[in-house]
Design a protein around this ligand. Structure first.
Ligand SMILES: CC(C)(COP(=O)(O)OP(=O)(O)OC[C@H]1O[C@@H](n2cnc3c(N)ncnc32)[C@H](O)[C@@H]1OP(=O)(O)O)[C@@H](O)C(=O)NCCC(=O)NCCS
Length: 181
């Protein structure tokens, strides 16, 4: 299996819209109830096309097939796809605000093979190159172990209200600053 990585393009959106529910429905079992997963699909778990337009969203490919996605954001929105948004999404100030790690979804057949890790490396490097000094994320309970492996620590826990009346507990995490060696 040879995986390749590239920036996502707008014409990847149909493939991403298939991948995201597939990933959530399999890989979040044990972390969330069916009502929570189904309530989040489409709004909290959806494509944020602003990230694609910004050139801050990556896809992993097996041949031509999109098998993973994730990225980072220089925008204010903390989480969620296009359908959770209204209006413009302002830029963050890299000097005073953190970049956000956003929307990682791996195909269940490709889980635990290092795709999330590789997209994290690409995202962190790009956010730092863009001048950000701090990186945060709002993690699902399923995503938290990946970010913990990258030295992100819990800042706060909160619940996202979902359109079906359920709520989704999530964790805001922050990259622990590297110490000088
Ligand atoms: C979370 C997710 C993106 C991880 O992707 P992945 O490609 O399977 O992760 P990797 O193989 O790169 O894992 C890297 C490290 O993260 C940690 N990790 C990842 N998934 C883990 C899990 N289910 N349990 C414990 N640790 C995990 C491990 O330290 C792992 O290293 P190791 O395999 O050497 O032990 C994937 O499970 C997913 O798509 N989940 C459903 C959607 C979701 O909740 N996304 C997060 C949105 S915030």
């Amino acid at each position: 299996m040879t995986l390749t990585y590239r920036l996502a393009a707008l014409d990847d959106i149909p493939a991403l819209e298939e991948l995201i529910p597939l990933s959530a429905r399999k890989l979040q079992v044990g972390f969330y109830s069916e009502a929570q997963i189904e309530g989040a699909i489409g709004t909290v778990f959806g494509v944020d096309s602003q990230l694609i337009r910004d050139g801050t969203y990556f896809v992993a490919l097996d041949g031509e097939r999109v098998v993973g996605c994730g990225g980072w954001s220089k925008r204010k929105t903390l989480h969620g796809g296009d359908r959770a948004k209204t209006g413009v999404d302002p830029l963050r100030d890299p000097a005073t605000e953190p970049a956000m790690i956003r929307a990682f979804f791996i195909h269940p057949a490709y889980a635990r093979r290092g795709i999330g890790r590789r997209i994290m490396e690409l995202s962190e490097a790009a956010a730092l190159a863009a001048g950000f000094r701090q990186i945060d994320t709002v993690a699902t309970l399923a995503g938290a172990p990946l970010y913990a492996a990258f030295a992100y620590e819990t800042v706060e826990r909160f619940e996202i209200p979902l359109p079906n009346g359920a709520t989704m507990p999530v964790v805001r995490m922050r990259k622990r600053p590297a110490t000088a060696s």
